[in-house]
Design a protein around this ligand. Structure first.
Ligand SMILES: [Zn+2]
Length: 296
């Protein structure tokens, strides 16, 4: 994606990986394939390939304001032990080089904001250094929803105490706790302002403490929606929650509210897994809602 100018702010992506992810009926258990066929003119091949696999991207956003560099969601990370997810296991990507291409070193990041604490949103919070997981962004405050943090902390500790595998592929242990131990975490209540025009708001459902980040500058608006929607395919029927949603009906409510807010407005929606060019808008069409990505 080319840099998106949003008033006095700018938005870029740092792409970790992109391509076919998994069959659409695996990711969205309730999907109606016949409805997808009827709308294949805009869905294929951009969002759905010929094998009916979802085209997805794993990327971070960099939101630059005159005051701060904010990194939003941190993908899977390098060297993480993820034996149950082949593509993620001990992954090696050029993520930090991509960040450098934007003119940013790790110490230039002022805030890391994780919309939720799934393994593909916290990975680059830490990196492996001499056998230890250490914060990748040493000068950043890492902002976590307090509700989200408490939920996964309890799940993590209970799993370890009972000898079960840790949740989220163990990412709480290697990508969240080291940041907390280093004193860099900032747990916030629902409705947290990073600065004027940059506000974290609750959007619980995909996970118990999922949030979205709103950015507003000079009359322009973008919202970083995390995993409220995994793919534009979900615009065809907003009740199609993903198999990764903690509370599918609450996730549906949040998705519907968001779509009603954004449809046919100038607001940009920046999702965590839509394929490039990523930035887009929700628009009405005779057959229902669609995704329009007119930003190159
Ligand atoms: Zn995700």
């Amino acid at each position: 994606m080319k840099t998106l100018q949003l008033g006095q702010f700018s938005i870029d992506t740092v792409v970790e990986t992109a391509g076919p992810f998994a069959p659409v009926d695996f990711v969205l258990p309730g999907v109606d394939l016949a409805q997808l066929e009827q709308q294949s003119d805009w869905l294929m091949p951009r969002f759905l390939n010929a094998q009916r696999q979802l085209m997805m991207s794993f990327h971070s956003y960099v939101l630059r304001t005159p005051r701060h560099n904010i990194l939003i969601d941190t993908c899977v990370g390098n060297d993480k032990e993820r034996p149950l997810r082949q593509g993620w296991h001990r992954q090696q990507s050029n993520y930090l080089q991509s960040l450098a291409m934007l003119g940013l070193k790790p110490e230039d990041i002022d805030f890391v904001c994780c919309t939720h604490l799934h393994a593909d949103h916290v990975g680059w919070n830490t990196q492996l250094h001499e056998g230890q997981w250490v914060p990748t962004f040493p000068k950043a405050r890492y902002v976590f929803s307090d509700a989200e943090y408490k939920h996964w902390e309890t799940e993590h500790r209970q799993a370890l105490a009972q000898g079960r595998p840790a949740p989220n592929h163990g990412s709480f242990g290697d990508s969240v706790l080291p940041v907390v131990d280093a004193g860099l975490a900032l747990m916030v209540e629902d409705g947290h302002d990073f600065e004027a025009g940059v506000r974290l708001e609750p959007a619980h459902g995909h996970t118990p403490g999922s949030c979205v980040l709103h950015a507003r500058s000079a009359g322009e608006h973008a919202v970083f929606t995390g995993d409220i929607m995994h793919t534009p395919v979900q615009l065809i029927d907003l009740s199609w929650s993903s198999r990764f949603c903690h509370d599918p009906s609450q996730a549906q409510q949040v998705r519907q509210t968001l779509a009603e807010q954004l449809a046919d407005t100038s607001s940009w929606m920046m999702a965590a897994h839509f394929p490039d060019p990523v930035a887009g808008r929700i628009v009405s069409h005779a057959q229902g809602l669609r995704w329009s990505c007119d930003h190159p």
